[in-house]
Ligand binder design. Structure first.
Ligand code: ATP
Ligand code: MG
Length: 565
């Protein structure tokens, strides 16, 4: 590509609303432009990168035996009614009407459409297993679109759906997809981890997320230093402490804490560590308020709590009025000792091991000290309620947990029969009996990968693309081509030689000053750069610099070709 004939639109200023490096650099490099909240145009430069990611994904999906197809982005309401998701999907689902007032949604995902296709197309076990995929635009009306294409409303996803007669067959395809995903992210040059993920409301047996490691990631992941255990923090189990609960040693006493409500305030005021306090959260259960008790230094894991029989999946904290009505006490002074008997007290495994602890006094302006379970405070049940923390033992019994931030770029999921059952997608087995098919689904955020890669691979000068994602492999920068026909000719000849060898090359023939030209090539992250200049021409060399090296060096044309392999 000759840059004089391309539309490169780099900008100097960092837009004020771009908070993270990838968003800033994609805008500065001119890869994307914002149309409206969560909607982005991919420029010619951005599209080159997006297509690179897409083609790696496509190659590995094909290699793993998946078959490409394409489904519409507009999907009819009736199909979504059949699975109950028209209402359940919530406000993320963008609903639209046509001129006949018929209702549709813009696809946030395609389980309904593919299962409808499968029930019409597949009728014998002999057609199974089969794995269909597409690379298609999705729309989700995210509450907080942010970070550019990282969390957009419209984005490009690869979604695959497999169909099976048996659980073993599903498990085998799941493993094949897991392996394909590992190859994809390795080929893309990303540092990533596959982590166990929560299977959410759908249930299902197994689910893994592929997380690109980056401090700006929205997800927290926990991994062991003594095994290959890794899980999304939503899913990571906190084991019960090894030691038994000590016997009570102190008397239960009520102390005045006139304005101390939070754990920090109470522990500072009473001079006890937060780990010796119990914090009590009152939440709205299916059947009245429920108390969740945690150690003061621990945080509630809402996914774990949502699985308690007493709570709906998405539960809310009780309001101040509800708390006052149920306990006669204002929030901030609630504790398990002396709580009205109608409120179940569900205690986290670690909190349940405390003795002589501090907790709310169930009277405004007071707390208890010397509180003990069973003696002073009821336990309805002990459960795993908290987030794991750095240094917790690994749930598989090997090693210690560490925490890291990640960007979810892929997700594999054994769905089981949820969708096939709802849509009555069956095939005849070898006995001629109709069997509901089992399904797996496998997503990759193609557009998100572009941003995630930049989060991992950038420096002060701009993007540092892994070779597999770069818009071009090498930039040929020509100094003063208009002033010296010999230079222009040398650059042209190098450019055609590289092109003839199938090396994707960008020829910077814009005639810019060297500084401006180099700054652009560094910003857009081209992995290799050579300079064709008068001085080099005289010496018979080219000035070469790798994007990830600090110094440039003189190379001959042959050396350069050798370098590029
Ligand atoms: P998240 O937890 O980040 O919202 P999700 O769990 O809702 O993602 P999936 O339904 O598993 O996402 O979708 C498959 C993939 O699509 C995700 O792994 C992610 O890479 C990508 N993706 C999902 N939502 C977005 C979005 N708003 N913008 C860009 N990519 C997205
Ligand atoms: Mg997911």
């Amino acid at each position: 590509m000759r840059l004089s004939q391309f539309h490169l639109a780099t900008v100097k200023e960092v837009p004020a609303d771009a908070e993270i490096a990838s968003h800033q650099l994609m805008l500065r490099a001119g890869m994307i432009r914002r149309l409206a909240s969560g909607l982005y145009t991919w420029s010619p430069l951005g599209l080159r990168v997006l297509r690179k990611v897409e083609s790696v994904v496509r190659e590995e999906m094909d290699r793993a035996g998946a078959i490409e197809m394409l489904m519409p982005t507009i999907q009819p309401r009736e199909l979504w009614e059949e699975t109950g998701r028209w209402a359940k999907f919530g406000p993320q689902l963008l609903k639209i009407k046509d001129r006949k007032e018929q209702e549709f949604c813009y696809a946030p995902t395609a389980e309904e459409v593919i299962t409808d296709y499968a029930r019409n197309e597949l009728n014998s076990y002999k057609q199974l297993p089969v794995n269909f995929y597409q690379i298609q635009t999705k729309f989700r009306d995210e509450i907080r679109p942010r970070f550019g294409v990282m969390r957009a409303r419209e984005f490009l996803m690869k979604d695959a759906y497999s169909f099976h007669l048996t659980a073993d067959s599903l498990a085998a395809t799941y493993q094949a997809m897991y392996d394909a995903y590992s190859r994809i992210f390795t080929r893309l040059g990303l540092r990533f981890r596959a982590v166990q993920a929560d299977t959410g409301a759908i249930g299902g047996n197994a689910s893994h997320e592929f997380q690109v490691l980056a401090d700006s990631g929205e997800d927290a992941i926990a991994f062991s230093d003594g095994s290959d255990y890794a899980a999304n923090i939503e899913k990571a189990e906190a084991l019960a402490p090894d030691a038994a609960r000590p016997a009570p040693g102190a008397e239960l006493r009520r102390v005045d804490t006139p304005s101390q409500k939070t754990i920090e305030e109470v522990s500072a005021f009473l001079k006890v560590s937060p780990a010796q306090c119990v914090k009590t959260l009152l939440v709205k259960g299916r059947d009245g308020l429920v108390a969740l008790c945690l150690r003061g230094d621990h945080e509630l894991n809402e996914i774990k709590a949502g699985k308690l029989a007493e709570l709906p999946d998405e539960f809310a904290l009780a309001s101040e009025e509800d708390i006052l009505a149920a306990t006669g006490t204002r929030p901030g002074f609630i504790g398990p000792a002396g709580l009205p008997g109608a409120i179940p007290v569900i205690v986290d495994r670690s909190a349940a091991m405390l003795a002589d602890f501090v907790c709310g006094g169930n009277q405004d302006g007071t707390h208890h000290t010397g509180a003990n379970w069973e003696r002073d405070a009821r336990i309805t049940r002990i459960e795993d309620l908290r987030q794991v923390v750095e240094g917790d033992p690994s749930p598989d019994g090997h090693g210690t947990l560490h925490l890291a931030r990640g960007i979810e770029v892929g997700h594999v999921f054994q769905l089981g029969s949820r969708y096939a059952e709802a849509l009555e997608a069956t095939v005849l087995d070898d006995q001629g009996k109709a069997q509901v098919m089992l399904m797996g689904c496998y997503g990759i955020g193609i557009s998100r990968i572009v941003a995630a890669a930049i989060e991992q691979c950038h420096d002060d000068a701009g993007i540092v693309w892994p070779e597999s994602m770069a818009p071009w492999r090498i930039a040929v920068c020509v100094i003063n081509p208009k002033g010296n026909p010999e230079i222009a000719a040398a650059a042209e000849s190098l450019y055609s030689e590289l092109a003839s060898r199938g090396i994707e090359t960008v020829l910077d023939d814009r005639g810019l000053r060297p500084g401006a030209m180099f700054a652009d090539m560094e910003l857009i992250g081209v992995p290799h750069r050579v300079v064709v200049s008068e001085r080099g021409l005289a010496a018979g060399t080219l000035e070469y610099r790798a994007r990830n090296e600090a110094e440039s060096r003189a190379v001959t044309r042959d050396e350069l070709l050798g370098l590029l392999g």
